[in-house]
Ligand binder design. Sequence first.
Ligand SMILES: [Zn+2]
Length: 746
Amino acid sequence: MCGCGGGTSEIKRVHQMRWCVVPASFLAVIVLVQPSYSQESSVNSSQSLLSSSPLLKPWLGPHGGVPPWNEVRVDEFDAAFDAAIEQAEKEINQIANQSAPPTFENTILAMETVGEALHRVEVLFDVHAGNLNLGPIPDLERSITPKLAAYSDSVTQNAALFARIEAIHDDVFEKKTATLDDDAKRLLDETFKSFVRRGARLSPEDKSKLSQINTRLARLFTDFNQNVLEEEKGHVTWIDDESRLSGVPQSTRDAMAVAAEEKGGKAKWAVTNTRSSMDPFLTNADDRELREEVWRNYYFRSDNNDQYDNKGIIREILNLRAARAKLLGYPTHAHWRMESTMAGTPDRAMDLMMKVWPHAVQRVATEVADMQAIADAEMEAAGKPKIKIEPWDYRYYAEKVRAKKYDLDMAEVRPYLQLDRLVEAMMWCADELFGFQFRPIGNLPVFHPDVTVYEVVQKSDGSHVGLFYLDPFAREGKRSGAWMMDYRGQSGWDLDPASADVPVRTPIVSNNSNFVPAADGKPVLISWDDATTLFHEFGHALHGLSSRVHYPSQSGTNVARDFVEFPSQVLEHWLSTPEVLTRYATHYETGEPMPKELLDKIEASSKFNSGFETVEYLACAILDMKLHQLQAGDIDISEFEKSALAEIGMPDELPMRHRLPHFSHLFSSDAYSAGYYSYLWSDALTADAAEMFVEAGSFFDEETAAKLFDHILSVGDTIDPVETYRNFRGRDVDTEALLRKRGFAE
Ligand SMILES: [Zn+2]
């Protein structure tokens, strides 16, 4: 099971050099309040701010300093960003314009510590944007994002700086007059390629064209987002007649009543136009007509040919992306985006997807046949005419198949899944596997009372590994979903701070989720899917904590986009091990461990509905890749979606998980464009790695765990992912394992 198969952007700061910043545009999706706000004028000059503002000063406290949450004043963010960007630009110019001939040390290494103050204020701000998005924060996001984008462009378009990087690259790779250690060599090469990819080699006219394209795209991304938000706010299914709620469990009805009140109380119950509202309703409601209405509202977001329709915006985005790729010398946007990935080319990603696709489609046919049989029997018993399974029937009849085939009601599992116990469980796994012990510490600043800070120490010698901040609960102003974030990346592994050429730092990482706190101190019970996500995010956290690298840019989760989900997805496997479930899945009232019978049912049904899950995801990933390999043109988005789906044989009974008009991964930023396949790519590695543990006889096999640590978790981006995977597995990935994992191989 994959916590993010549907894909949320739940890892921040993926694959970025220290000098580069990624505007938090994805976070801007979640804008809860938009008060008018006027910025007080700042009397501080940049220089004095740098030394006086808690947002910018080096962090104080134990373990090399901790984020000063208690000192953050949000009205200081704007001025702090201005001062930090000015300082970073100054540092870049000092490197670019120095008179000394270019060397790795005075250029590449120097760039590794550019913008430290900017990095600190970004961390503090990103947490406010993600976890505390209230008051002036949404407005601040809108004003800060373009400044960060402009700063990024100014670095990659700095001709003097690039000339130095190119000269060093030539010395090492072409003339071979200089030699470097492997990790330094890779850092140089990646820095060089990244500059070229971002237009460092263009003529001044083309650079300015590129900047214009980027600026226009940033605007279109924001517009796209706003339209989807409006569509989610604007369409509500109102219900006054309680009989139409037949089948809907009480907890869902309660949530629907709360939603109705929040939406203005036009009726007693409301299904709002979000996934978390739509999904339980379609799964449970007996009223087929209502299911269809809810389904149509949701799957036609921003596709209603009105002011919030996104099809025109998508066309313009595609044209600009194609033009940019051409300007930068790439055949298509997909080729440009994928150059820095493990897959490398659109064809290789497409090959993996098309290997899985026919199996998934075939599985859907089986799932539909099972559902159709139940529907036929029901209709006959009720004396009604037969129905054909439609997309708004899939979730509903799938639950009936689950109950019939596996005698499993997921509601039975919940009392055994207590959040506190599962947090203990994941930390126990980290101890068993890697010797990491987590100890809560109460004396450090936090940004909210919900947050717990843990010190992570190495069991063998008690040495400090890093800090882990856990923010588990939903609250107003917190973005939805679950994600991991680095507050500070590890660097300078094994170096003496007195003589090190980079800062010697231990990692600080966080996990963030949206569990609903229980009333009166009762234990928080969560679903199996949520428990899987908990382990998934903890996998990202362990990736950050395990880092043992020299250079900041290469640390922890700063790896290729289609590799970064591997450590997190692989950790999901530990949830369902008997070692974890017998110890930690205990009933919240009786304390009894989960009965063997229930464990067996979970195991037996682990591949249930994998046709639906794989097809709804893969259809998106395949269309993403096809769309971004088109040459510019005035394509009709509806027509493209229809014909591309027909071409691959999309089953009628389910839609793409994200239809193009609201596919935010692709059109709210560049980050996941031509990149939605990444989840499948990483899952191929995950499935193959999990089999290695199975072959070793246990998911707690010491030798295999050590290999996972040495070759995957600790190496960051110091080595090519293909090579390090080979070192871990002893061979290249066997993609058949992916088919076996999803039950498509038999
Ligand atoms: Zn993830």
